[in-house]
Design a protein around this ligand. Structure first.
Ligand code: PLP
Length: 390
């Protein structure tokens, strides 16, 4: 058998391997605390689940339009208007089986040998994996601790050239919790006027998750690039719906038909009951979202305060998402080795920074999507480990 060559280069998301290992250790009787996986530890709000149950009872069992039922796309339009002030057309919205599928579609559309695709480093590992799959050259946009884990608009712009086919941005960011300020985005967008062939995909899946009044700046608010802008968003994080596999994307006129055809070829449509749940999530009460955010905020502060007392560790205050990205470079440990030792010896699952890119060395990603009590216990164990294993 001869599989096409791209499969030699396709990567993975190590968070899933860590989850599998943590689950295995737990099944062997170890008390494992999981700060590895990036999913809210809250249940999907009740009224959202009820909407899916009702849809099943009402007989919504069949295929839907490939890009999603119109009332759902209209709900996405309302939500986009409310969060960005920009009115898009439901004709430009495509509902996907998860946010991830938007990056898959966008990278597939723009990646090919001889082209360059820019992506944040450290950043969500699937960006680079998919870029390599297509044979395009991955060009990392450095995301630095000293910049508050925001990218520099000027530095990003210096990497753009005539071969750049797609620029992937992500704020609030996984794995760092960084939020890029408007001025940096403005610098980049302004410079992109000189590169009309470079498309942009903005991963805004954490758009509702910022702290301390930090502003989330949607790329949609920049009119000059709207005709080459893809927005990735979804239900997974905001409404605690990772397992529902529901994402939405907004595509310019020139690309929407490509993505509709890709949907027809690959997944037909997202399962119908989930689409009704998606409407309830957007249009229904948001109290569960607010209380989830205030729990994340409390834990965030606790993580930062405690991690900064650990020997050799400093931890910047994350401004968004639900991740902290402590600097462990002064502990004497390599990040992946530390993550592995913490899991095997202490039952604390974290992800080593290098799983998110070259600049991730020296960092660990902690997801604070776990109870305050478990986070405290996990940090106690990390503290003891770092003192005893010194
Ligand atoms: N984008 C980023 C930055 C993420 O962190 C994630 C999930 O971890 C996704 C996209 C994918 O989300 P989904 O589970 O909806 O596919």
């Amino acid at each position: 058998m001869h599989v096409i060559s791209g499969f030699d280069r396709i990567g993975e998301e190590n968070a899933f391997a860590v989850l599998a290992r943590a689950t295995h250790l737990a099944s062997q009787g170890m008390d494992v605390i999981n700060l590895g996986i990036g999913q809210p530890d809250f249940p999907t709000p009740e009224h959202i689940s009820e909407a899916a149950i009702k849809a099943i009872r009402d007989g919504h069992h069949g295929y839907t339009p490939a890009t999603g039922i119109l009332p759902l796309r209209e709900a996405v339009v309302r939500r986009t208007l409310a969060t960005t002030g920009v009115e898009v057309s439901p004709e430009n919205v495509c509902v996907m089986p998860g946010g991830k599928v938007t990056m898959f579609a966008a990278i597939l559309m723009f990646g090919a040998p001889g082209r360059e695709i820019m992506y944040p480093d450290p950043g969500f590992p699937i960006y680079r994996s998919m870029i390599e799959f297509t044979g395009a050259t991955p060009i990392p946009i450095p995301v630095r601790e000293e910049n508050g884990f925001a990218f520099s608009g000027e530095e990003a712009l210096s990497l753009v050239n005539d071969k750049t086919s797609l620029i992937i941005l992500n704020s609030p960011a996984n794995p760092t919790g960084g939020v890029t300020p408007r001025a940096e985005i403005e610098t980049l967008v302004h410079g992109l006027e000189g590169f009309p062939d470079a498309a942009v995909m903005s991963d805004e899946i954490y758009d509702s998750m910022t702290y301390d009044g930090e502003e989330h700046v949607s790329l949609l608010t920049f009119e000059s690039i709207r005709d080459r802008l893809i927005i990735l968003n979804g239900w997974s994080k905001t409404w605690a719906m990772t397992g529902w596999r529901m994402g939405w994307s907004i595509w310019p006129d020139a690309l929407i038909d490509n993505v509709r055809k890709l949907a027809v070829n690959a997944w037909s449509c997202v399962n119908a009951p989930s689409q009704f749940a998606g409407i309830a999530a957007i249009d229904g009460p948001q109290d569960a979202v607010f209380s989830m955010m205030s729990a994340f905020d409390e834990r965030r502060q606790m993580v930062v305060q405690r991690m900064n007392t650990l020997p050799g560790i400093t931890c910047a205050t994350p401004k968004g998402a639900f991740y902290a990205f402590p600097n462990i470079s002064q502990t004497g440990w390599k990040a992946k080795e530390l993550a592995s030792a913490l899991l095997e010896k202490e039952g604390v699952a974290t992800i080593g920074g290098p799983d998110f890119g070259i600049l991730g060395e020296g960092f660990l990603r902690l997801s604070y999507a776990n109870s305050a009590e478990n986070i405290e216990r996990a940090i106690d164990r990390m503290e003891r480990f770092l003192i005893e294993e010194k």
